[in-house]
Ligand binder design. Structure first.
Ligand code: RRO
Length: 309
């Protein structure tokens, strides 16, 4: 028997696979499709207080098993996602992830107040890492601002809350960010968002239009950075802060590696966009085969057990 259950903040999931924010989660129709697939739960598109159209098209481009995007936070606004979540049975709601982003620091208390008033008690994922809103830096690269936002959040809000982080590339940055995160009763962190501000060419042209072609890179090419971030935080964070591994998942072996490096849940972005919701069943089958091959019978026996040479 294989035990693939995962527990975070008292909620148990039957396995580890779900969408990554931004993919198949903007409209009710897309969220319903993920909800009805074999994904264990879903996360919504990052919601802002007011609805946004996002950046000019073309703003998403697939290249091989990768993508570049500069969507610019298009979403239907927080109330839309809260209404959709409220339409679900309570026991489902408590396992859903609602992604949010304040456009200014003073929006965070308002967003959290709306979530409390709507009585949503599922997981809130505070997105500190959107690379694509012109003129707005990625909050997760500003350690002091991250600390201030988390202090505000936890002074106001007591349901499960986590953060979506940008990728870090320096060991000292892992140390600094982990030290800040460990000050707070976070339910989880999610590593990583897309690798910001890459360029992809389509022929002799920039593949996407906004920000003169600069956009967030996702897909197979970011797996090494994603695994590094998952493992660096696994080594540094208090064990009560669970890790959601995101980045570069295209097959069951990739999911296995995220868990081996320390992930509880594993999210799929670019590959879900390319393959559709059928991917969850394929990944699950491939993951089980990989676990059998390695004689591992539970996620708990696998998680964080990467070997060093
Ligand atoms: O909407 C976007 O442009 C976007 C967001 Br909010 C994010 O967090 N990550 C990303 O790659 N794109």
């Amino acid at each position: 028997m294989m035990d693939t259950t995962v527990t975070i903040a008292g909620q148990t999931f039957d396995h580890c696979l779900m969408n990554a924010a931004g993919v198949m989660c903007m409209s009710e129709e897309e969220l319903t499709q993920v909800a009805q697939s074999s994904a264990t739960t879903f996360v919504t598109k990052t919601a802002t207080l007011e609805a946004r159209n996002g950046n000019q098209e073309p703003r998403y481009f697939d290249f091989a098993t990768n993508s570049i995007n500069s969507m610019g936070l298009p979403n239907y606004g927080l109330a839309y996602y809260l209404d959709f979540l409220a339409s679900e049975p309570e026991e489902l709601q408590s396992r859903r992830f609602l992604s949010i982003a304040p456009l200014q620091p003073d929006e965070l208390p308002i967003l959290l107040r709306c979530i409390s008033v709507a009585n949503f008690r599922g997981f809130v994922e505070l997105n500190l890492s959107c690379p694509n809103v012109p003129g707005k830096p990625q909050i997760g690269y500003d350690f002091e601002q991250t600390n201030r936002l988390l202090a505000t959040a936890f002074s106001l809000y007591d349901a499960p809350l986590g953060v979506k982080l940008p990728p870090y590339f320096d060991m000292v940055h892992f140390d600094c960010m982990a030290e800040i995160l460990n000050r707070y009763p976070l339910a989880f962190i999610n590593s990583i968002n897309s690798i910001g501000n890459g360029i992809v060419l389509n022929g002799n042209q920039m593949a996407i239009h906004p920000k003169n072609g600069f956009g967030g890179i996702g897909g197979a090419v970011i797996k090494a950075t994603a695994l590094a971030n998952v493992h660096a935080f696994y080594q540094r964070l208090h064990p009560s802060i669970k890790i959601i591994g995101t980045g570069g998942v295209t097959c069951g072996r990739d999911v296995y590696e995220h868990i081996l490096c320390g992930a509880h849940l594993v999210q799929v972005g670019t590959a879900l966009h390319q393959e559709g919701v059928g991917i969850f069943q394929r990944l699950q089958q491939e993951l089980h085969a990989e676990m059998k091959l390695n004689n591992v019978h539970s996620f708990d026996a696998l998680r964080g057990k990467v070997m060093y040479i």
